[in-house]
Each structure stands twice: as C-alpha cells, then as structure tokens.
Design a binder for this molecule. Sequence first.
Ligand SMILES: Cc1cc2nc3c(=O)[nH]c(=O)nc-3n(C[C@H](O)[C@H](O)[C@H](O)COP(=O)(O)OP(=O)(O)OC[C@H]3O[C@@H](n4cnc5c(N)ncnc54)[C@H](O)[C@@H]3O)c2cc1C
Length: 392
Amino acid sequence: MTRKEFVKMCALLGIAVPFPSMISSCKGDENPGGNFTGKVLIIGAGPAGMTAGYLLAQRGIDFEILEANSTHGGRIRTNTTFTDFPIPLGAEWLHVERGIFSEIVNDESIDIDITTTPYDLTNDIAIDSASGTQISFEVAGFTIDQKFVGSSWLDFFNTYVFPSIESRIRYNIQITDIDYSGDQIMVNSSGNQSYTADRVIIAVPLKILQNDVITFTPALSSTKQQAINNAHVWSGFKAFFEFSSQFYPTIVGYDIQPEPSGQKMFYDAAYGQDTTQHILGLFSTGVPAETYISITNDNEFRDYVLAELDDLFDNQATPNYLRHIRQNWNAEPYARAAYLSAYEDFNLVNALGKSINNKVYFAGDSYTTGEDWSSVHAAARSAIRAVSELVE
Ligand SMILES: Cc1cc2nc3c(=O)[nH]c(=O)nc-3n(C[C@H](O)[C@H](O)[C@H](O)COP(=O)(O)OP(=O)(O)OC[C@H]3O[C@@H](n4cnc5c(N)ncnc54)[C@H](O)[C@@H]3O)c2cc1C
C-alpha cells in the first residue's frame, strides 16, 4: 500500500492518519534530556530541523543548527508582498488535525493562536478540468485539509518554535561532509568551516542527498544508499495569478495519468482570507510541474496559463488578468525539487528514516517511519521521533 492509498483509506473510514506522538511532555519529566548529555548538530533549519532544535532546547541539550540558506523555513517559505495575506510558496495546507500544533510545541501551558479554516464540503465547488463537471472534495484530493487564515506554516514556526532556537542557528553554512567514523562526528561546510558533535540530525531535503551534495565517511550502508537513489522525488512548481474578478471555483482538479507521475490543480488561493484580492493558485508536482518549469520566459509562461484558463472558463482569464508570481522549487539550490512522490513504497520510506549507529539521525518529510511523508506535519513528527531516539 502506498501513502496515497493509506491516506485515502483513512479518509474513507473517517479516521485521522494515525501517528501517535512519540515524545512525552517535558513537564514533570525527572530527566528531560534522557541519558544523553553531549552536543548535537542539526543540518537544515526547515520544519524538521527547527522542531528537532526546539525539542532539544526543551530538554536542555546543547545543539547548533547549520543552515545553508540565509534564512530559515526551507519549503515553507512565504511571499508577503504580492497580496495583503501571506502567500505560501511551498506548504500551504494543514493536512491533519490542528492537534499537530500542540504536538510540536509539546507544552500544554501554551495556547496556539493560529486560525485555519476547513473547506465547506457541501457548498464549495470543485470541478474536474477535463469535463468541467462538479466533483466531490474527496475526489479533488481534499478531505480534512485546512487553509491557514492570515498566516501560514511559517508563521506557526516563527511564533512558537523559532524564538527558542534563533540564537543557535548559523546561516549560510552549506554542509558537504559528515565523518562519523570516530567518537566525535566531524562536519564540514563548503566554506571550509568545521564542526564537531556527538550526534548529528540530518534535516535536508532528500534531493540534496540524491545529488550527493553531502559525502558520508564511512559511506552509507547499501540499504540506505539504495533507498536514497531509488526514491521518486517530484519536481515542484507553484504560481499565483491576481485577477480583477473571481470567475473560477474553489478547486479545479486534474486527473493526471499515470497517477504516480504527479499532481496539478488550480485553486482559490484567497479562500477564507480577509481580502478583496482575487488570487488563483497553480499547484503542480512531477511531470505537470516540469511542463511549467520548461517555459523559462515569464511572458510566455503567463500566456500559457491564461490560455489554459481561458479554455476552462469561457475566455474570462485574459481580460481579468492583473499580474502573477511563480515559484520553481527545482531551481532552489537547497531544495532542488518538491517532495517524495505520494505513491512511494512504505518500506523504502522506512529505510530512509532509519538512524545510523546511534550517531546519525534523519529528520524531514522524506525520513519517516513510512506511515506518512511529504508534508510539514510528517517532517515535524520525524523530528519528534529522531529526538526521542537520540535522547534514549
Ligand atoms: C510546492 C510545494 C507545496 C507543498 N504543499 C504542502 C502543503 O500544502 N502542506 C504540507 O504539509 N506540506 C507541503 N509541502 C511539503 C513541505 O513544504 C515539506 O514537507 C516540508 O517543508 C519539509 O520540511 P523539512 O524540514 O523536511 O525540509 P525543508 O523545508 O526543505 O528544510 C530543509 C532545510 O535544509 C536546508 N539545507 C539544504 N541543504 C543543506 C545543506 N547541505 N547544509 C545545510 N542546510 C541545508 C534548506 O535550506 C532548508 O532550510 C509542499 C512542498 C512544496 C515544494
């Protein structure tokens, strides 16, 4: 069973994707740091790296986060200038219950003040792009998903996680070598900075490992290396178009065939926001994303999308067009793709998530136990698991 089938089955049965929190609240723990007292290096300050650092801070464990980019967040980056609400250039929806916020914060005394809205599955309209007919939100791929209102995944992390790890993040440090052959782990950057630690948590996107940006000494086991090499990581592209009126429904779904080749939809990106702007989002991964990425000229890209929309909506797109922005995740040097295919095999993902010799741990949306992957919540939960294993 793939993640896609598993998640669909859970939705049909009306249950949440199971993944119990594996880390107990620190409150009242006699020994919150567990048996571990050394130093931890975390590579990457996306949702996984930030969650790992936050949990280590809660437990009083010494750590540093080494981030290649000049800012934190990874694939939850937002644009705050295009509209009067944050536009998520990567992760946009909350795909699980809101309880995930408290699960990450891991402190019952903190109230989470982040507004999200589900879709109105009865009155909102999703259509199929091929027939133009209405489809259910389940067929469109949306069941329990919620939109952030006036905020984003990045805002959640900035408010509840970032303040306690901010002073531990070193920016513009791209890690290229990890030597875990000795007692102390040696980590080197492209700028020849060296760091040592007792444990390392690798929280970089899978494509970074597939592209051999980081060299391991000793080499990774053949099982791990094969899992990395064989994993199908989708390309990723999003765009946002502002129009002078809303001529489109909530979702326009595309039935991509064969299914494992990718995903595509247009959607009302201003859904639930306190705004008068009409913003249509284009979301695409895999082969559909590559089609858009191949159109490098911005005017050609605009005309291509407007032609698609004019076709779907009776020539209403071009006369209503105001402006657009686009985000190509393949061109981001520290992401290089969108995420692991939703159709990947459980066992392969499980191999990706396994730690090495109680020294090198993996946290991120691709390094899970195999129950779930490719989302912010899966990245955070994998960090919860990695920290839990590390402090044992
Ligand atoms: C187009 C798109 C749409 C998405 N939509 C959703 C959605 O709606 N909902 C959802 O839950 N998820 C969504 N996701 C997935 C979500 O963004 C990821 O699952 C999540 O960001 C993964 O977090 P992470 O910490 O594992 O990796 P990342 O967010 O990629 O963070 C990794 C960090 O590692 C850093 N790094 C990379 N290489 C190095 C190096 N060599 N040395 C040091 N640092 C390095 C990067 O700069 C980055 O900061 C989407 C992603 C994309 C691309």
